[in-house]
Design a protein around this ligand. Sequence first.
Ligand code: FES
Length: 139
Amino acid sequence: MSGTPGTWVTVAKASELASGAMKRVEIGGQELAVFAVAGTFYALSDRCGHMSAPLSRGALAATPAGLVITCPLHGSRFDGATGKNLSGPVKEAPPDLDQASDRLRRFLARTAELSAAIRTHDVPRFDVRTVGDDVQVRL
Ligand code: FES
């Protein structure tokens, strides 16, 4: 797909976008995570505001406080409607490393400590509309 900045571009079919599932779309040089929850459509940059992991491969949850996307790499959390960073990244290595060597545990702990020192930014959100069955995003 291609697109010019400021224009509306079809990125998905509403009937094919399952509620709660995230779809990765590349268009006009942008990598987007497009998703629907309870009949409302959303689009954020697919690049985590921490170290650019693909958010579309993370977890999307509807919580009492709103939609929350959790990054699959270090666990930073973002508001699914606005892209605002809510928390993260996770500062510790995973707790279930009983079978791992001491060297691997030290490496993961060091990696977690270093990644936690990297600032996490909000991710850009994009305006979304539907035209018939087309889900369109304004680039
Ligand atoms: S890349 Fe997303 S939390 Fe680190």
